[in-house]
Design a protein around this ligand. Structure first.
Ligand code: NAP
Length: 473
C-alpha cells in the first residue's frame, strides 16, 4: 500500500514489509518515508488547514457520517485487515471495527456540539459597553501518532475528532500495523474529505519522528504509545499542545464479597484480550485473602481453557504477540520473576510469537512483571488483608490509567473509587472496559489530557474571545 502526501498516494523505492505475526507471511509493503517526505507532509498539511478551517460543521459531520457508513458496509474487510496485520483474533478484530464505526459516528455528532458562551463583560467596572462571547476554533495541523495494538480504532480516535473540529492532520501509524489506518484514510477520502486535509506518512518513528514532532507548523501532537517514546517526544516538541495516551499496569481489587464468576470471567478476558497487548489490560490482581485460594483455582481453570493459535479461526481465544521479539521479551521477564521467587501457576511457554496465557504469584516487587508495563499475556496474583493495603498497593507504581474493584459493598466501592489514583475506576468490571465516548486518559506516567470524542474535541480546539466595544448601546 502507499502513503498519502500532498493529495496523492505515493510510493518509494525503500519499502517496509508488513508481516502477519502468526505465520510470518508478508502481507503487504509500505513506503519507508524519510525527512523529505516529512517536509512534504508539513507543507501540505499547512495548506490543508486553510481548507478545513473554512469547512462548515455540516460538511465535516457529513464526511464523518459517510465514513462510518463505508466502514460499516465493509466491516469484515476491516476486521480481516486488523486481524492479519496485528495480534487480534478475527472475533476481537470485528469488535474493534464496530467500535470504529461508533467512534467516527460520535465524532460527527460531537462536531455539532462545539459551543461557546457569552461573557458577562459588565461584571467588572469598565466593561459595561462591551458585548461578546467566545467560541471554540480548530488548532491547526495536528500530528497523530498511533500504536499497533488497536490499529484502526485508536487511529479513528484521533482522525475523527481532529476532522470534526476543523483541523488538518498528519497521521503516522505504527510501522508494524499501518494497513488498517491506510484503509480508514481511503474511506475518509471516498466520503468526501478533501485530500489536503490529511497526510498519511509511513516509516520508522525513530527516523521521521523528530522532524515531525519538533516542527513549529504542527500545533498539537496527539500521541498514543509507550512511555519511552512519549518522553522522547515531549522532550523535542517545543511549545505546542500535547495529548499523551500512555501505558499502565492496571490493578484490579477483588474484594471478599465479589461475584466470583463475574470477577473470574472478566479478569481472565481483561488479562488476555489481544494477547495482553492492551493499555487497560489487567496486570495486577489484588485478591482478598479470604477468597484468594478459591479465586486462584477458578482463574487458573478458566485460563487453562483458553485456545491459542490461528487468529483467523472463529474459536481461537488468543493470538500471537505482535512479534517474536516481543514474545521473547515477555518470556525473559517471566524468567526474571521466577529467579526472584515467583511461581508460574499456569503458562510460561512460548512458540514463536505465541506466548501462553500466564498466571504468576509471589511476584517480587522489583521484578519487571510487577513494576513495568508487561504488555503481554501475563497477570500477577497478590493476596491482600484489607482495603487500605489493596489501595496502597494499587497506587504504588508510577502509572494510573484505569483501576477496577469487584465488590457488592457500596462503601468499599466508593472508598476505592475515591482513593485510587487513576483516570477511571470500573466497579464490577475489569480495567478492560472502555466506552469510546467516555473521558479516557491517565494520571502520572499514564498520560496527559483526555480522549473520548467530546473530550478530544475540547483538546483539539481552542477558545477565541470576540469582544465588541459598542459605546452607543
Ligand atoms: P510505541 O513503540 O511507543 O509506538 C507508538 C507510536 O509511536 C508508533 O507509531 C511509533 O512508530 C511511534 N514512535 C516511536 N518512537 C517515536 C519517536 N521517537 N518519535 C515519534 N514517534 C515515535 O508503542 P507501541 O508498542 O506501538 O504500543 C504499545 C504502547 O502503547 C503501550 O505502552 C500501551 O500501553 C500504549 N497504549 C496506550 C493507550 C492509551 O490510550 N493510553 C492505548 C493503546 C496503547 P514506529 O511504529 O515506527 O516505531
Amino acid at each position: 500500500m502507499k502513503m498519502l502526501l500532498n493529495g496523492e498516494w505515493q510510493d518509494r523505492e525503500r519499502k517496509i514489509e508488513v508481516v502477519d505475526p502468526f505465520d510470518n507471511t508478508v502481507i503487504d509493503t509500505i513506503p519507508a518515508g524519510d525527512e523529505k517526505d516529512v517536509e512534504i507532509a508539513l507543507d501540505s498539511a499547512t495548506r490543508g488547514f486553510e481548507i478545513t478551517r473554512r469547512m462548515t460543521v455540516y460538511e465535516r459531520a457529513q464526511i464523518l457520517f459517510k465514513t462510518a457508513k463505508i466502514i460499516e458496509e465493509r466491516l469484515e474487510e476491516f476486521a480481516t485487515t486488523i486481524a492479519r496485520e496485528g495480534s487480534k483474533t478475527i472475533t476481537e478484530a470485528r469488535k474493534e471495527a464496530s467500535r470504529c464505526v461508533n467512534t467516527i459516528t460520535c465524532s460527527a455528532e460531537e462536531a455539532k456540539r462545539i459551543l461557546g458562551e457569552t461573557i458577562p463583560w459588565d461584571s467588572f467596572p469598565g466593561g459595561e459597553k462591551r458585548k461578546g462571547y467566545y467560541y471554540r476554533f480548530p488548532i491547526g495541523v495536528i500530528l497523530a501518532i498511533t500504536p499497533f495494538n488497536d490499529p484502526l480504532n485508536l487511529v479513528a480516535h484521533k482522525l475523527g475528532p481532529a476532522i470534526a473540529a476543523g483541523n488538518s492532520v498528519i497521521l503516522k501509524p505504527a510501522t508494524v500495523t499501518p494497513l488498517s489506518a491506510i484503509k480508514l484514510v481511503e474511506a475518509m477520502l471516498e466520503a468526501g474529505l478533501p485530500a489536503p486535509a490529511i497526510q498519511l506518512i509511513t516509516g520508522q518513528g525513530a527516523r521521521i519522528g523528530d522532524p515531525l514532532v519538533s516542527d513549529g507548523r504542527v500545533r498539537m501532537i496527539s500521541f498514543t504509545g509507550g512511555v519511552e517514546a512519549g518522553k522522547h517526544i515531549v522532550a523535542r516538541a517545543g511549545i505546542k499542545k500535547i495529548g499523551m495516551e500512555l501505558g499502565s499496569d492496571s490493578p484490579v481489587i477483588v474484594w471478599k464479597d465479589a461475584d466470583m464468576k463475574l470477577a473470574v470471567e472478566s479478569c481472565v478476558s481483561g488479562a488476555f484480550w489481544a494477547a495482553g497487548q492492551n493499555c487497560i489490560g489487567v496486570q495486577r490482581l489484588l485478591v482478598h485473602k479470604d477468597i484468594y485460594d478459591e479465586f486462584k483455582n477458578k482463574f487458573i481453570e478458566r485460563t487453562g481453557s483458553y485456545k491459542i493459535g490461528d487468529k483467523m479461526k472463529e474459536d481461537t481465544d488468543m493470538g500471537p504477540m505482535i512479534t517474536e521479539a516481543e514474545a521473547r521479551r515477555v518470556e525473559q521477564w517471566v524468567k526474571e520473576a521466577e529467579e526472584k521467587g515467583a511461581s508460574i501457576l499456569i503458562g510460561g511457554g512460548r512458540d514463536g510469537a505465541l506466548y501462553q496465557p500466564t498466571v504468576l504469584e509471589n511476584v517480587s516487587r522489583d521484578a519487571s512483571v510487577h513494576c513495568e508495563e508487561v504488555f503481554g499475556p501475563t497477570v500477577n496474583l497478590y493476596p491482600v488483608d484489607d482495603l487500605e493495603e489493596a489501595i496502597k498497593e494499587a497506587n504504588s507504581l508510577p502509572y494510573g490509567l484505569l483501576a477496577a474493584v469487584f465488590t457488592r459493598d457500596i462503601e468499599v466501592a466508593f472508598k476505592a473509587a475515591y482513593e485510587l489514583d487513576c483516570g477511571g475506576v470500573m466497579i464490577n468490571d475489569s480495567t478492560d472496559y472502555r466506552l469510546d465516548s467516555m473521558p479516557f486518559g491517565g494520571v502520572k506516567y499514564s498520560g496527559l489530557g483526555r480522549e473520548g470524542l467530546k473530550f478530544s474535541l475540547q483538546e483539539m480546539t481552542e477558545p477565541k474571545v470576540i469582544c465588541f466595544n459598542l459605546p452607543g448601546v
